[in-house]
Design a protein around this ligand. Sequence first.
Ligand SMILES: [Zn+2]
Length: 185
Amino acid sequence: MNFCSNCGERLVVLVPPGDDRPRFVCNACETIHYSNPKMVVGCVPELDGRILLCRRAIEPRFGKWTLPAGYLENGETVADCAKREAYEEALARVENLKSYALLNIPFINQVYFIFRAQLANDDYQAGNESLEVKLYRTDDIPWSELAFPVIREVLKLYCGDLVTGEFPFHMVDIAPQTGMGGAHQ
Ligand SMILES: [Zn+2]
């Protein structure tokens, strides 16, 4: 961030009085521009023992598989966001959402919130951000072709829970990894 979105003056980085970390500060209009983590919301859409994955038609990770998920919008609940993303990416209607996992990714300033959800029917197809969408049995998940470490983590949790038949809420911290980017778009 270089310029003040309030008045257009150049910003400086400093620790404001009473604060404990550097912020972008405008000396002209005295606005402090806070930067906080973004929340990404999605779901594991289930149908008849299979889960719906989407192959990305956008960067980053073009061509890789992911769960329908995206940034929470202002004024939106996490459940509405999960439903919206399932529709945008897979033209799929999901229902019966159950809170499933929260994943902290502090090194890229993101928090993922993931539901389990039922596909309302088998009427789905690739949305604008997907090359294709496909129901996968968990035995067939394309582990080496997943878009993000956080998606791999969610699917690992899910496959583990399938074995026990219990799906408790998980809270996980994702650590930096080499060889795979983490940023979601
Ligand atoms: Zn300003």
